[in-house]
Design a protein around this ligand. Structure first.
Ligand SMILES: Nc1nc2c(ncn2[C@@H]2O[C@H](COP(=O)(O)OP(=O)(O)OP(=O)(O)O)[C@@H](O)[C@H]2O)c(=O)[nH]1
Length: 403
């Protein structure tokens, strides 16, 4: 009997030691189930030693793994947020992403596929000495094949036709300039593409990211966090994709790389609770922006679409949603527009993120998405790399396409 008791005691001590070792080495995930919405856990990133930290000026410590300083909100001193203590892991360094300005120009080579089929295709035809009806048809076909859409294609062709006298005598660079101008014109150069990420009325900006499965939502949320951190903002991420456990892990990793807090729930938990909790955390920690990832859904599933509306309503009990970004996979072409219509019916979309533009020759999809939805493309994904997300700039895009 004594031996049995000793053996059990040794087993228990061994188990406890093993678990504590595992927890110490892995990510630090603190359950807030007692004081938070059930099913929600808070993962807190570990800050590096102060000498290692290179946070861009203007960012605040709140929510970034450091205890927030007493901050002024609406003229009052806000109480410090009681977040669990962070444990620095030796040698851990937060990455400092580059600011977002000028990214499209830096990443222009990623649009090579659209450039060779759309830009070069058009330039080759327009450079011909005398443009025949067949040539104009070729121009039209090139535009349509690149998913520019019928209305914008007609507009471009009409405008180029009226300038055919000019075209006849134009030099190579003049032709290029003309084409860039016409493409820019159909890309909606005057649309407001600013992201609603700033604090409003003493509350964080709240960005809700929606879209179908595999469009690139989680990746985009991670990249947006980096854009915001690179631009000097403080951020909390909400992993409201509770259907796919890997999505929360993925998001947590994105957050940890740049020292951003991720609020996540149990697999299969209520996404609205996680979103609520993320925004509550962001409000209390006084961060600039809370970005919430949602589960991918088939646009044909009514119930799931309704859930988006619920997430938004629940979140708005804490702070107004300042931006709803619809992530669309550019390689799905016109089908993306159909999906988008269903999303816009479920929740008011304020901006589109077109991902995977690096993987398609149909760069004209930007034009048709904007025209058919009446919603500006605000960001474009140009690769799988961490900083391959660029603010959309019509002229720089047209320049990159024409080459
Ligand atoms: N080439 C390229 N790949 C991208 C881009 N954006 C995302 N991806 C890839 O697309 C795949 C799907 O991305 P996720 O972020 O997991 O997609 P999701 O929409 O969150 O997926 P669900 O959670 O299943 O709904 C990943 O392999 C990403 O690396 C992009 O701009 N270019």
């Amino acid at each position: 009997m004594e031996f049995v008791l000793i053996a059990i005691a040794i087993l228990v001590v061994g188990l406890v030691l093993g678990i504590s070792l595992l927890v110490g080495r892995g990510r630090r995930t603190t359950r807030l189930d007692d004081d938070a919405t059930p099913g929600t856990t808070l993962t807190r990133p570990r800050p590096p030693a102060p000498t290692e930290r290179q946070r861009p000026s203007g960012s605040t410590a709140s929510g970034l793994g450091l205890p927030p300083d007493t901050a002024e909100v609406d003229g009052a001193t806000a109480p410090p947020v009681d977040l669990p203590p962070a444990e620095p892991e030796p040698g851990l360094l937060f990455e400092t992403p580059p600011p977002s300005a000028g990214r499209l120009v830096r990443l222009r080579s990623r649009l090579a596929r659209s450039q060779s089929s759309l830009g070069r295709g058009l330039l080759t035809v327009l450079a011909r000495e005398k443009l025949t009806e067949d040539d104009w048809e070729e121009v039209e076909e090139t535009l349509l094949a690149a998913d520019v859409g019928v209305a914008a294609t007609t507009q471009i062709v009409d405008r180029l036709r009226t300038q055919s006298m000019v075209l006849a005598t134009a030099s190579g660079p003049q032709l290029r300039e003309l084409l860039v101008r016409e493409l820019t014109a159909v890309l909606g150069p005057d649309l407001d593409r600013s992201l609603g990420t700033d604090r409003r009325e003493g509350r964080p900006g709240v960005v809700l990211v929606v879209g179908v499965n595999g469009a690139g939502k989680t990746t985009t949320v991670g990249k947006i966090a980096r854009v915001l951190v690179g631009d000097g903002k403080s951020v909390v991420l909400g992993a409201a994709d509770t259907f796919r456990a890997a999505a929360a892990d993925q998001l947590e990793t994105w957050g940890e790389r740049v020292g951003v807090l991720t609020v996540r729930g149990r697999e299969g938990g209520d996404p609205a609770s996680v979103a609520f909790e993320a925004v509550r955390t962001g409000v209390e920690a006084e961060v600039d922006t809370v970005v919430v990832d949602t589960a991918g859904r088939l646009h044909t599933k009514g119930g799931l679409m309704d859930e988006l509306g619920k997430i938004k309503r629940v979140v708005e009990k804490q702070a107004p949603v300042t931006e709803v970004l619809l992530v669309l996979d550019a390689t799905t072409g016109q089908n993306g527009v159909v999906q988008a219509r269903v999303f816009t019916a479920a929740v008011e979309v304020t901006g589109v993120v077109l991902t995977k533009l690096d993987g398609t020759a149909k760069g004209g999809i930007v034009v048709s998405v904007q025209r058919e939805l009446g919603i500006p493309v605000k960001l474009i994904g140009l690769g799988e790399g961490a900083d391959d997300l660029a603010p959309f700039e019509p002229e720089a895009f047209a320049e990159a396409i024409v080459g």
